[in-house]
Ligand binder design. Structure first.
Ligand code: WTA
Length: 642
C-alpha cells in the first residue's frame, strides 16, 4: 500500500490513534448518551419494542419475540406495511412536500421526487401490478439501472404483494430500455429479452424508458408494456395491504460455501424495525440531511440503506445512476458539492480507488456539507480510514465502520457517532441490543484476542431462513455451538477495550470489492465450460479490491492444441464466468496447469494455491502427492502474474 500513503497523513497514522466524537456533532446527535447500551442490555425485547413503537402498525404485536432456537418470530401478531411506513406516514405529516429521492443520472439529468410524489407513483404502480394480474404469491423480477423507478417498483411490490421473491420463476419482469454506464447505453431490454427467452414463467415485461430516443427497443406485443403508458392510465390511489409482521418482504441471493447461492429470507416487521433503528442511530439521520449510500440497490446494502431504513426515517435519499469516474474521477465529489450531501456511506474498495486516483480530485470541490461518513462491505484498513477521514471528512466527520451481512439484514457492529470513540480499522462495538462474541473452535468465549465471530442472541432483522432449504439454515448458521448461537463465518479479534476488529471470512467465501463470491460458484462456472476439466479458485490479496479471484484450471486434452493462445482461452473462460454469474465474479488471474495440487486423499490444497497466488513461500507439502509439480506451478504463476 506504500504508494497510497500521503505525507499529510503521517501524523494521523499512529498506533494509538483514537477519535472521540467531535463536541459539536455530539451536541446535536440523535444519541449522545451511552446509557442506551445499558438500557438495551437490561431488557433487549423492551428496547426493540420501544423502537418498533416509532413505526406505524395497523395492529399492535402481542409479543415482541417468540424464540424457539434457531427459529425466531418478532412482533408476533403485529400487522404493518413497509410502504406505508416509508411513505404514507410521512405524507400525512410535516414531510409531505419534503424531497424523498434526489436523483442524478450519469449523463447529468436530474429528478427530485417529494414524499408525496413518491407516494402517488408507488400507489399508481401498485395498481398497474394489480392490473397485470399480479397477486399474492407471484414473483416479480427487476432488472433496472439505479433510477427512481427501481425504488418505486420495490415499494409498489411491498404495498400490494405478499411473499414476493426475486428468483427466476418470476411472472413479471420490470426492466428499462437501457441504462448509462461510462457514457455508453447498456441495452438492458435486449439482455432481458435473451434472459426471458429461457424463463417461460414470465408473462409480462414492463419497460421503463430510460435510454431515451434513438434506442431501438423490440416490444413484443401482448407481453411487453411501456411503463409510462401503463402509469398514464393507472388510478393514483391504492390502499396498502396490511402484512403480518412475519410475512416475507423479500429474498436476496448471496454466496455461501457451496456452489449454490442461498436465498436469504427477510420478513416485514423485524426487518423494518432493524433497518429503521440502525439508520436512525448509526447515521444519525435528521430532517435536514441529504443522505447518500452509494450501494447498488440489487445488494442488501441498497435494500436496507438506500430504500427501507432511510425512507422509514423520512430522510432525503440521494441516488446516482452511474460510475464514479465518469466523466472524470471527481464525479462523487462534484455530486456532494452540488447537492449538499451531508452523509456518505460507501465501501473500502471505493475509498482505496479514490486514494489511488489522488487527492487533487476531492480538493477541487467544497465538501464542507458532509458531517458523517460510513463504510461497509469489507474490513477497512487504517490507511484508507484515515484518508477518508482527512481528505473527504476534513477531520470533522465521524467515520462509522459498519459490520453486517445479507443474513443479519441490518448493521450489527458499529460505532454510534455521537457516543463512540473511534479507532481506525475497528467496527468498534455491537449495536445496542446485539450480543457478539469471539469464540475459539471449541466454542469458548475469548475476552481479548482473535477467533470466530458469533452472535449469541436473536435480533429483529435476522434472516428467517434459506428459501427452500430449512435444513441448511440450521446447519449453516446455528449448529456449530448449539442452536442459539449464530455463526457469522467471519474471523475477528477483540481488544482490551472491548473493540471488535473484523478480519475477513474464514470459509470459502471471498470478498471482492465488497461483494461476496463463493469460490465454489466460480469453480462450477468454469467447469461448466466445455474446455475445462477441473478448476480450483482462491482469493488473493488485492490492493484496491481487498481480494481478487485467482483460478487454477486444467484444460481437457486437446484444447491447448496450439491453434489458440492460452491468453485467448483464458479470456474466453473469464467471459464465460461473467455470463454465468456476473461481472463481479470475473477471475483476475487464470493459470493453466496440467494438474492441481492434491493431498494423497485427493483433496485440492487451496491453502497452497492461495500462497502461490499471493507469492508467499510454500509451507509444508508433506501431505502432497507431487510436490515438484507445485514448485513448477508457483514458478509459472510468478512468470505470468508476479
Ligand atoms: C464482510 C454486506 C469487515 C464480512 C453488508 C461479512 C465486513 C460480509 C464489513 C457480508 C465491515 C461487511 N468490516 N467486514 N464493516 N461489512 N463485511 O452479505 O466478511 O454482502 O461476512 O453484506 O462482508 O457481505 P454481504
Amino acid at each position: 500500500m506504500a504508494d497510497l500513503k500521503h505525507p499529510e497523513l503521517e501524523d494521523l497514522l499512529r498506533e494509538d490513534r483514537a477519535f472521540a466524537p467531535p463536541a459539536d456533532f455530539q451536541a446535536r446527535a440523535n444519541v449522545a448518551d451511552p446509557s442506551i447500551y445499558a438500557e438495551a442490555e437490561r431488557d433487549p425485547e423492551a428496547f426493540w419494542g420501544r423502537l418498533a413503537g416509532e413505526l406505524e402498525w395497523s395492529r399492535g404485536w402481542d409479543r415482541v419475540l417468540d424464540w424457539q432456537p434457531p427459529h425466531a418470530k418478532w412482533f408476533v401478531g403485529g400487522k404493518l406495511n413497509a410502504s406505508v411506513n416509508c411513505l404514507d406516514r410521512h405524507v400525512r405529516g410535516a414531510r409531505r412536500n419534503k424531497a424523498a429521492l434526489v436523483w442524478e443520472g450519469e449523463p447529468g439529468d436530474r429528478r427530485t421526487l417529494t414524499y408525496f410524489d413518491l407516494y402517488r407513483q408507488v400507489s399508481a404502480f401498485a395498481n398497474v401490478l394489480k392490473g397485470l394480474g399480479i397477486k399474492k404469491g407471484d414473483r416479480v423480477g427487476m432488472y433496472l439501472p439505479l433510477i427512481p423507478e427501481l425504488v418505486i417498483s420495490m415499494l409498489a411490490c411491498a404495498r400490494s404483494l405478499r411473499d414476493r421473491m426475486n428468483d427466476m420463476k418470476a411472472s413479471l419482469l420490470i426492466t428499462a430500455d437501457g441504462g448509462y454506464r461510462r457514457g455508453q447505453i447498456v441495452p438492458l431490454k435486449q439482455v432481458a429479452d435473451e434472459a426471458v427467452a429461457d424463463v417461460p414463467s414470465i408473462k409480462n415485461v414492463v419497460v421503463i424508458q430510460r435510454g431515451g430516443q434513438g434506442m431501438p427497443v423490440h416490444i413484443k406485443e401482448g407481453r411487453d408494456h411501456w411503463y409510462h403508458r401503463l402509469m398514464q392510465e393507472a388510478p393514483l390511489a391504492c390502499d396498502a395491504e396490511p402484512m403480518d409482521a412475519e410475512d416475507m418482504l423479500y429474498i436476496l441471493y448471496t454466496s455461501g460455501t457451496t456452489g449454490k447461492p442461498k436465498g436469504i429470507v427477510h420478513t416485514t416487521g423485524g426487518y423494518l424495525v432493524g433497518t429503521y433503528a440502525t439508520a436512525k442511530l448509526v447515521f444519525d439521520l435528521r430532517d435536514d440531511d441529504v443522505y447518500w449510500c452509494t450501494a447498488d440497490i440489487g445488494w442488501v446494502t441498497g435494500h436496507s440503506y438506500v430504500v427501507y431504513g432511510p425512507l422509514a426515517n423520512g430522510a432525503t435519499v440521494f441516488m446516482y445512476e452511474g460510475a464514479p469516474d465518469w466523466p472524470q474521477k471527481d464525479r462523487f465529489w462534484a455530486l456532494i458539492e452540488r447537492y449538499g450531501i451531508t452523509i456518505l456511506y460507501t465501501a473500502p474498495t471505493a475509498i482505496r480507488a479514490f486514494m489511488r486516483w489522488g487527492t487533487e480530485w476531492p480538493r477541487r470541490h467544497d465538501l464542507s456539507s458532509l458531517r458523517l461518513l460510513g463504510s461497509v462491505g469489507e474490513p477497512i484498513n487504517p490507511e484508507a480510514w484515515i484518508w477518508y477521514y482527512h481528505f473527504i471528512g476534513g477531520d470533522r466527520c465521524p467515520v462509522v465502520d459498519t459490520w453486517w451481512q445479507t443474513e443479519t439484514g441490518a448493521i450489527m457492529i458499529t460505532p454510534l457517532p455521537g457516543v463512540t470513540t473511534l479507532k481506525p480499522g475497528s467496527a468498534t462495538r455491537p449495536f445496542p441490543g446485539i450480543s457478539a462474541e469471539i469464540r475459539n473452535e471449541r466454542g469458548d468465549a475469548i475476552e481479548v484476542g482473535g477467533g470466530l465471530l458469533a452472535l449469541t442472541r436473536p435480533w429483529p432483522a435476522m434472516l428467517r431462513g434459506i428459501y427452500g432449504d430449512p435444513r441448511r439454515y440450521v446447519q449453516q448458521y446455528w449448529s456449530k455451538w448449539g442452536s442459539g448461537v449464530y455463526v457469522t463465518g467471519d474471523g475477528a479479534k477483540r481488544d482490551a477495550d472491548g473493540y471488535f476488529w473484523l478480519l475477513g471470512r474464514v470459509d470459502d467465501v471471498i470478498n471482492v470489492a465488497g461483494h461476496r463470491i463463493g469460490t465454489m460458484e466460480v469453480e462450477s462456472a468454469l467447469v461448466d465450460h466445455p474446455s475445462v476439466a477441473e478448476a480450483a479458485v482462491v482469493g488473493r490479496a488485492h490492493e484496491i479490491k481487498g481480494q481478487a479471484i485467482a483460478a487454477f484450471v486444467t484444460l481437457k486434452d486437446g484444447v491447448a492444441d496450439g491453434t489458440r493462445s492460452t491468453k485467448d482461452i483464458a479470456n474466453e473462460l473469464k467471459e464465460h464466468v461473467v455470463k454465468k454469474i456476473g461481472a463481479i465474479a470475473r477471475p483476475d488471474d487464470i493459470l493453466f496447469t496440467p494438474d492441481l495440487p492434491k493431498t494423497r486423499s485427493g483433496k485440492i490444497m487451496r491453502r497452497l494455491l492461495r500462497d502461490i497466488a499471493e507469492g508467499k513461500a510454500l509451507g509444508d507439502m508433506t501431505t502432497l502427492a507431487d510436490s515438484a509439480a507445485v514448485e513448477k506451478l508457483k514458478a509459472n504463476y510468478e512468470e505470468e502474474y508476479g
